[in-house]
Design a binder for this molecule. Structure first.
Ligand SMILES: O=C(O)CCC(=O)C(=O)O
Ligand SMILES: [Fe+2]
Length: 361
């Protein structure tokens, strides 16, 4: 470990030693590779089983949806993935139900997080099985198995609400409103579904640079997390000025469109930002997160009941994490007044709190 790595590890005193050490290794290119090697060895058996199950699924479905790694994204046309209409209908009313709680949820979240990505909690999710069904369809799991090398885990299912900026002229973006790379692994798939129309930049569209261009950009930007220790960002966040110097704005892709538009995005290989919602506007999106079983940097995940699916099925595999957690451990009912305290009490130490904080963006 280099001296600067050690210095990083010891820099912030308020988080646990384990978190700081993990982060300093993780934030370093060679360290990240070492961690990846370690995870691969530790989960050797599971990886083989998941690769075989993924291959079977790809053969059975013909893998109708594929993501080109050079792009790192794929728009989904209506009817391409089953269950999307049911998913959109199922999210109806989630934000309206949460609306009286939004000011409190905003106040509970530290200032650097500008999007409330947990309006369901584990219980709300359990009441809407169609959300999970859409995220573990044979077609989507085949696509993810092809892209990630085996049947992945569905780790997050969320409805995110981004409020408008408080100040009419405000442009003090922070957290995931700034360009960054997500860091749980070197690949993952996030499924975004617009639940409100996103017409133009005032609605804070998710904005990203395709993977090949992002690879070039990160070489020039420096590929380290510059956020707080324990941040879920593998690299960034970068200032707009820095990004402007190395990125051609014409290469950026924005997720504008009508309610119902669907995007698969690898947020680990594409430089991205979102939620820069202007005063008087708001944005609501659905997000499902598919990550490898042997991911490098764990962030909080939902408890999801696998027992609706046959033992050994690809669906059950996608819902069985290496480390079981209690229902409501990371995501208790966000509409209950006590939920912030409950969340904070859930972990056994600062590591868990950091993991929890990391998920908020
Ligand atoms: O709010 C957004 O659109 C960006 C969210 C984001 O960075 C992510 O989900 O990884
Ligand atoms: Fe992100």
């Amino acid at each position: 470990m280099s001296s600067s790595t050690l210095r990083d590890a010891l820099r912030t005193r308020e988080v646990g030693l384990r978190t700081r050490l993990h982060f300093s290794v993780y934030a370093n290119k060679v360290g990240f590779r070492l961690l990846k090697g370690h995870r691969k060895l530790a989960h050797w058996g599971a990886r083989r089983a998941r690769a075989a199950a993924g291959k079977a699924l790809i053969e059975r479905t013909g893998c109708p949806v594929k993501i080109d790694p050079e792009l790192g994204y794929r728009w989904i046309e209506p009817g391409e993935l089953p269950g999307m209409d049911a998913l959109i209908n199922s999210c109806d009313g989630v934000v309206e139900g949460a609306r009286p709680h939004l000011p409190r949820l905003g106040a509970e979240a530290p200032g650097r997080y500008r999007i409330a990505f947990d309006l369901l909690g584990d219980d709300g999710l359990d009441q809407r099985p169609e959300l999970v069904d859409a995220m573990v369809s044979d077609e989507l799991l085949a696509c993810a198995s092809d892209y990630l090398g085996g049947v992945p885990l569905l780790r997050r299912v969320a409805v995110g609400h981004s409020p408008g900026h408080e100040e009419p002229q405000g442009t003090t973006w922070a957290g995931s409103q700034l360009f960054h790379f997500d860091g749980e692994d070197d690949r993952q798939i996030k499924v975004f579904v617009l639940l409100t129309d996103v017409e133009d930049e005032r609605d804070g569209p998710l904005t990203f640079l395709p993977a090949a261009a992002s690879r070039d950009a990160v070489k020039k930007l420096g590929g380290r997390p510059v956020g707080p220790v324990g941040s879920y960002m593998r690299a960034g966040p970068y200032s707009d000025e820095a990004v402007r110097e190395v990125v051609n704005p014409a290469d950026l892709v924005t997720m504008t469109g009508k309610r119902g538009r669907v995007l698969l995005l690898d947020t680990s290989t594409t430089l991205h930002q979102g939620s820069r919602v202007h005063h008087g506007h708001e944005r609501t999106v659905f997000m499902g997160v598919l990550q490898r079983f042997d991911l490098v940097h764990e962030t909080p995940f939902n408890w999801i009941d696998p027992s609706r699916f046959a033992d050994g099925s690809a669906q059950a595999l996608a819902l069985t994490p290496p480390r079981p957690i209690q229902r409501n451990f990371f995501f208790p009912d966000p509409l209950a007044e006590s939920s912030a305290t409950a969340r904070r009490g859930a972990g056994s130490g600062p590591e868990e709190i950091e993991v929890e904080r990391a998920a908020a963006a």
